[in-house]
Design a protein around this ligand. Structure first.
Ligand SMILES: C[S@@+](CC[C@H](N)C(=O)[O-])C[C@H]1O[C@@H](n2cnc3c(N)ncnc32)[C@H](O)[C@@H]1O
Length: 223
């Protein structure tokens, strides 16, 4: 492990500290309504029975919005138990449409092994912390193993003119076409967006968003 690479323990401690002792509405990435995520989920025509995982979802209100829209199989994966405790508090006694509670997964996305297929992989502002190619490759391999043919991904990072740091950590910034090529040529881009997120302190942070769907098996090769 190089000395520039943060260990899993350092990452966990950083994020627990980022959430501890302050209101979730005070963090720079807070949004009262996850507008672009919801719009892209609609653009992808995701049925409410679909398995959605919010990767590094933290205390985001996306899970609440999905429950309110009748989604029944929602998971939040995060490295911070402080953030997940907050989601648990909010969603307890508020199961999804099929009576299924929200699944909280306390893990590092760089170590996580999905145990069942994922229908939608949602990531707002998590991949951009993976500034080392080996970490990024590991993340993308996990995403690919989780998503079968027809699976969808929604990814948001800081744009090329966005901030160089997020939560005090250096980030990699991407344009929408760079994001699309990271996701891979076997995914078809359904929508791209540039968003100017305004932090609770009033700072504008440009984001790049891509929504893409994995192509069904290449028909020119099979059958
Ligand atoms: C900038 S916040 C964004 C939170 C959420 N996606 C949102 O839009 O509100 C980054 C989130 O990723 C989580 N995170 C960072 N590194 C992670 C990792 N390696 N594995 C899992 N979660 C991670 C943090 O705990 C934090 O909740």
């Amino acid at each position: 492990v190089s000395h520039t690479s943060s260990s899993g323990r350092q990452r966990r401690e950083h994020w627990d500290a980022a959430y501890a002792g302050r209101s979730v509405t005070a963090v720079s990435w807070y949004q009262a309504t996850p507008t672009v995520s919801l719009e892209l989920i609609e653009r992808l025509c995701v049925p409410p029975s679909e398995t959605i995982v919010d990767i590094g979802g933290g205390a985001s209100l996306l899970v609440d919005a999905l429950l309110a829209r009748g989604f029944s199989d929602v998971s939040v994966l995060d490295i911070s138990s402080v953030a997940l405790d907050e989601v648990r508090r909010r969603t307890e006694g508020r199961p999804g449409a099929e009576g299924r509670p929200v699944t909280l997964i306390h893990d590092d996305v760089l170590h996580w092994r999905p145990t069942r297929p994922v229908g939608v992989w949602h990531d707002r502002a998590v991949l951009h912390f993976l500034t080392e190619p080996a970490q990024r490759d590991r993340y993308l391999a996990t995403m690919r193993s989780a998503l079968g043919p027809g699976g969808a991904v929604i990814m948001a990072t800081f744009a090329p003119d966005g901030p160089e740091y997020c939560s005090g950590l250096p980030v990699a910034r991407y344009g929408t076409s760079e994001l699309a090529s990271l996701i891979g040529a076997d995914f078809e881009v359904v929508a791209q967006r540039r968003e100017e997120h305004v932090t609770p302190a009033g700072v504008v942070q440009p984001f790049s968003w891509v929504a893409a769907r994995r192509r069904e098996r290449d028909r020119s090769v099979a059958t």
